[in-house]
Design a protein around this ligand. Structure first.
Ligand code: ADP
Ligand code: NA
Length: 341
């Protein structure tokens, strides 16, 4: 039996947005009560597309600050950046040799990112990204991974890699007197009303760093005025809110705003609709804007306070990397023996 352990990562590849916050970071916090948690700034994932070195360093601290400002405790749990624990890269190489080319080729994120583009222009790292992600998780034998909906397929691949490693090396695992289920089959934790936050301008697209319209996303560091304006200008249909969740089915923009409200209020969509069903956007949007400002600006203020003292961020991250390395080396020394190194 595996000790319940949580791992999740965020790339320091641009400004953090509401999708990152509601789909991932905010959900990291309550898991600290029941699990030992590692929350990682995945800088090695970020460089699968070009990052200016100074921007990468700044964004790495910013993501770590966001974790802590949101309520992650870097003393009880582990906050660090991936590149400081070299075993991530080492295990990823082993997994590159366990995973199959065909598995990677079928990843929809890879297909979407390269659709209509010349694969000559993409890094090999971008293709192999899910193998590094499997290494991030399995290095710590993590049992639970809180992520947004878009990561579901990558987590299935992590399970496939764990399974194939356990099978391929079964005799060697036995010789080493290790548990036959050497790597756990990790559970994705994709729960709550905001696992796929959509663009505020287009209900068909997810909120993302790469959307050219800065009105499409709320940033974690936006001020009250920017948050309110973006919500009030969000695209909607003209109908009032339905009184039940089924009424949101064919209304992606309405569904998105109700989901955001619910996630910010720690409520369900049903509860939100019980309160606002039958109301128009003239009532709901200002209420959502007030709620978003009340919930997000204290986190942003705390982030800014932390960012102003980079040495304190570097200190808790160095401590986190040291504690992560201990667990990582325990796994890696077993894996080296299993593989025959
Ligand atoms: P991004 O997708 O913004 O480049 P990452 O790949 O680093 O960011 O993802 C960090 C976490 O944020 C992941 O758990 C991902 O599923 C989650 N996430 C990203 N975008 C959204 C979104 N629009 N809605 C919900 N969760 C999201
Ligand atoms: Na993502």
């Amino acid at each position: 039996a595996f000790t319940p352990r949580v791992f999740s990562g965020i790339q320091p590849s641009g400004d953090l947005h509401l999708g990152n916050y509601l789909g991932a970071i905010k959900r990291f916090v309550p898991l600290q009560q029941s699990h030992h948690c590692l929350y990682c700034v995945v800088d090695m994932h970020a460089i699968t597309v070009w990052q200016e070195p100074d921007d990468l360093r700044r964004a790495t601290r910013e993501v770590a600050a966001a974790f802590v400002a949101a309520g992650v405790d870097p003393k009880k749990h582990i906050v660090y950046n991936q590149s400081r624990v070299h075993q991530h890269a080492e295990l990823a190489w082993v997994f590159n040799c366990v995973a199959r080319m065909g598995w990677m080729s079928r990843m929809t994120q890879w297909k979407d990112k390269t659709a209509g583009k010349n694969a000559e222009a993409e890094s090999l790292g971008l293709f192999a990204y899910p193998s590094l992600m499997a290494a991030d998780i399995l290095l710590y034998k993590a049992t639970h991974v809180p992520v947004g909906e878009d990561q579901k397929q990558h987590l299935e691949l992590t399970r496939d890699i764990a399974q194939k490693f356990n099978n391929d090396f079964a005799p060697s695992i036995k010789v080493q007197s290790l548990d036959a289920d050497y790597f756990p089959i990790t559970e994705p934790v994709i729960t709550g009303p905001a696992t796929r936050v959509m663009s505020l301008r287009d209900g068909q697209k997810k909120m993302s760093k790469s959307d050219p319209s800065d009105q499409s996303r709320i940033l974690m560091l936006d001020d009250a005025d920017a948050i309110s304006k973006k919500i009030k200008r969000a695209t909607t249909d003209p109908e009032p809110l339905p009184s039940e969740e089924a009424g949101l089915k064919a209304r992606p923009e309405a569904d998105n705003l109700v989901g955001i409200y619910a996630a910010l209020a720690d409520a369900t969509k049903t509860e939100v609709l019980r309160q606002y069903g039958g109301q128009g956007w003239g009532v709901f949007k200002p209420a959502l804007a007030d709620l978003a400002v009340a919930k997000l600006t204290p986190v942003a203020d705390e982030m800014r306070r932390l960012i102003a003292d980079p040495a304190s961020i570097d200190a808790f991250m160095a401590d986190g990397a040291e504690r992560a390395s201990e667990i990582a080396e325990r796994t890696m020394s077993e894996v080296r023996r299993i593989v025959g190194f």
